[in-house]
Design a protein around this ligand. Structure first.
Ligand SMILES: Nc1ncnc2c1ncn2[C@@H]1O[C@H](COP(=O)(O)OP(=O)(O)OP(=O)(O)O)[C@@H](O)[C@H]1O
Length: 741
């Protein structure tokens, strides 16, 4: 296994950060010449320090001793309580660095791969007009419902998707609804459901049980949809909405089901659990079946559960209306809908091309039979969304991310950023690392308050491995916050309506263009502006073309522009940057400070064996996630293309762990006779496992969920050869009496 270009420095004074600064500030004429000639970008130029191995022996000290001591800081607030290792370590905005006699730092800017020029094709994004010219008054709804929409929700004008969906659904049609993220699809189905149920001739009784069943992929979405129904139902108190979702006590859910729920909102896994184990659940009066985020619900991770639910509903239920909604209803879903819905209308607000004609009508409406083909492969992107990509060598990924956080959140007020990671373990790792190294201790803050114009960073994290209570608390805290940085998995990618998010950062590329669209769709909602940044390694640059083939346009931000914030002395208050001032914004100054920052992370990670092994596990999780990219993206994201030593740097590890790649290789050797089939199965199985664990029903026992999940994920590869369950909807359709999606 390749080892990173480690560099050992023996220093008594000044402290570690300053030491790194000095090391990297030597004049390098030869190098400058090389730089001028090279086709490489200037930030990849090597440092002229001697190779690590030549210098290391005499100066090496065990990593543990090199870490700065100091009292441990109690993290502020509930959401910052973490279970990860938290030994005293270097770092922390404001932490004293003076104790460090010796530090091993690394040449971040050496031996990096060339950053290619990004020739991105310019494509015309599909766009939609968010608002229509119609008002809720125009729909002929119950006057109390209209006044609730106006006074409680403070909404008057309909969005385009609402203007077209609500009348169609009120006419009793099945529908496939596709419109961009943040365009108001939730109300597009909630309003017709409430209008139709309140108008029933025989007044609904609570004990009647469910009339409407709404399925969504995550618990947060359950709560969000429930909240909307609750508000709309204010004047119609006899109609009772209720939720079933993982993480809650099954007993109390059973009691609620016994009392009666008329509009039942649930995640698939939890509902299946109740179908199997609860006597009081029945679907004999179901009139509405809504699948929000339908493409996610119908894909690999949920097939089985949805099949079980459809079988249960079809067995009992009368004729009902079915509605599928998503910003990314794909070809497969449309075909499926074509054969399984009853004469459905397809409502799509999207319009091809840059200009929006038909401003009066609320965007081009396509109410037709479900479409297939190219049109469905291109997803509408909110007009107010500015999308960026940056190419960053693996070694520099961590410092670049942190520089970006500092640039966007430390010097501007009211910045809300969501950062997507590929697994729970990665979220936990970076969350703890950032809380431990980037936040000032309270006593440091008291002694030296933040410089004027800079903002205290606040980190939160959300993923499927957290206890339900904490998930709800984090979701609410981030929703209500004016500012903050939410580190999360794709559990937050779908449907979440978190107000005023200004930046979406993707630390890894998502596994499909649809997931990309949903992730970036957490900002620029309902006509607002927002921005997104996708971080790619140089070897992953081609992903930009893949996005372009789905009509997604991204502009490049150069890594050096991101790193340049580090030359601000106030960007990392309390940190000793060294006695010399860096040459303002010079490439050399940027390199020095990036190295200082990297040293902070490496010191923390190498402060104990426990933290090292924790970082290794996070790295392992990253690699595991990397193997789950689908076949069509494997030529871009293949684990063999990763330089593990360089990737290790982005986990604060100085060297690549020796045995990490081996497991993957070993598994390949245990190949059955059909490698083509086996490979396909393996990656699909892994993806399914990841999805299942991420969107789990929450029925598993409480306790150390994060640890349990990582263990499960660890087993996923071992289960790779297990046959995939039968595709659920096909089976469901055969067994169904009438119609089902
Ligand atoms: N007619 C309207 N006028 C003003 N605001 C609205 C209107 N309809 C919905 N909204 C608001 O727009 C935001 C986005 O709505 P919603 O979450 O339903 O979008 P969505 O299309 O379901 O997005 P996603 O595809 O991401 O799930 C919400 O805050 C909602 O309250």
């Amino acid at each position: 296994m390749a080892v990173t270009d480690g560099l050992l420095l023996h220093l008594s004074e000044p402290p570690a950060a300053a030491a790194a600064f000095r090391t990297f500030s030597r004049p390098r004429v030869a190098q400058a010449k090389r730089q001028a000639q090279a086709t490489k970008r200037k930030y990849q130029a090597s440092s002229a320090v001697p190779p690590a191995k030549r210098r290391s022996r005499a100066t090496s000290l065990p990593a543990k001793k090199t870490a700065a001591g100091g009292p441990r800081r109690a993290p502020a607030g509930r959401a910052q309580t973490v279970s990860s290792p938290r030994k005293s370590a270097a770092g922390g905005r404001g932490r004293n660095q003076e104790q460090k006699p010796c530090v091993k730092t690394s040449s971040l800017f050496k031996n990096n791969p060339e950053i290619p020029e990004l020739h991105r094709p310019v494509v015309h994004q599909v766009q939609e007009k968010v608002f229509s010219s119609g008002t809720f008054h125009d729909l002929g709804l119950h006057p109390h419902l209209v006044s609730t929409i106006n006074t409680v929700l403070n909404m008057f004008t309909m969005t385009s998707v609402q203007m077209h969906s609500i009348p169609a659904l009120l006419e009793g049609k099945d529908a496939l609804v596709r419109s961009q993220t943040g365009s108001g699809k939730t109300l597009a189905y909630c309003i017709p459901v409430v209008q139709s149920l309140q108008a029933m001739k025989t007044k609904i009784q609570r004990s009647d049980g469910p009339y409407a069943l709404v399925l969504v992929p995550t618990r947060e979405l359950v709560l969000q949809s429930f909240d909307t129904f609750q508000k709309l139902l204010k004047p119609f108190t006899w109609i009772v909405p209720g939720v079933l979702m993982g993480g809650e006590k099954r007993k109390s859910e059973k009691a609620r089901l016994r009392k009666g729920i008329n509009i039942l909102i649930s995640t698939p896994g939890r509902l299946v659990d109740h179908i199997k184990s609860t006597k009081n659940i029945h679907f004999s009066r179901i009139q509405w079946l809504i699948l929000d985020e339908a493409d996610r619900l119908l894909d690999l991770g949920f097939e089985k559960d949805i099949t079980a639910i459809l079988n249960a509903v079809n067995a009992e239920g009368p004729e009902r209306q079915n509605v599928l909604l998503s910003a990314t209803l794909t070809d497969g879903v449309a075909r499926l809908a074509d054969v399984s819905l009853n004469n459905p209308v397809s409502i799509s607000v999207a319009e091809e091309g840059p200009a929006l004609s038909n401003p009066e009508g609320g965007g081009a409406l396509d109410v037709s039979a479900p479409q297939t083909g190219d049109k469905l492969d291109s997803f509408a992107i909110p007009e107010g969304l500015d999308q960026y990509v940056t190419l960053v060598p693996s070694k520099l990924r961590l410092v670049s991310l942190v520089a970006f956080i500092l640039q966007k959140c430390a010097f501007a007020e009211d910045q809300k950023m969501i950062i997507f990671f590929p697994s729970c373990e990665l979220v936990e790792f970076y969350y703890t690392l950032f809380v431990q190294t980037l936040l000032p201790r309270p006593e440091a803050l008291a002694a030296a308050p933040l410089p004027p114009g800079s903002t205290q960073l606040k980190f939160l994290r959300l993923h499927g491995g957290l206890e339900q209570e904490e998930r709800v608390a984090v979701f609410q805290e981030f929703s209500l916050s004016q500012a903050g940085i939410l580190l999360c998995t794709d559990v937050a990618a779908r449907g979440l309506d978190l107000p005023q998010v200004t930046w979406i950062v993707q630390y890894n590329a998502p596994s499909s263009p649809a997931e990309y669209v949903h992730r970036v769709g957490r900002t620029a909602r309902i006509g607002c502006r927002g921005s997104s940044l996708l971080i790619l390694a140089p070897s992953e640059a081609e992903y930009v073309n893949s996005l372009a083939s789905h009509k997604i346009n991204v502009s490049e931000i150069k890594m050096e522009d991101i790193l340049s914030v580090l030359t601000r002395d106030d960007c990392f208050p309390g940190r000793q940057w060294g006695k010399q001032k860096p040459r303002a914004c010079s490439p050399q100054g940027i390199r020095e400070r990036a190295t200082v920052l990297q040293t902070v992370f490496e010191d923390y990670v190498h402060s104990s064996e426990e933290t090292v092994s924790w970082a290794k596990k996070a790295l392992q999780s990253f690699i595991r996630a990397y193997t789950t990219y689908p076949r069509e993206l494997k030529h871009i994201f293949h684990v063999r293309l990763l330089h593990l030593g360089h990737v290790a740097k982005s986990f604060g590890l100085r060297d690549a762990p020796q045995n990490l790649g081996v497991s993957a290789v070993k598994k390949k050797k245990a190949t059955p006779k059909r490698p083509d089939l086996r490979k396909k199965m393996q990656s699909k199985q892994r993806l399914a496992e990841v999805l299942r664990s991420e969107y789990a029903s929450g029925m598993e026992a409480g306790g150390a969920k994060v640890a349990k999940q990582s263990q499960q994920a660890g087993q996923a590869a071992g289960q790779a050869a297990r046959p995939r369950p039968e595709p659920g909807l096909g089976r469901g359709r055969k067994q169904k009496k009438k119609r089902s999606p």
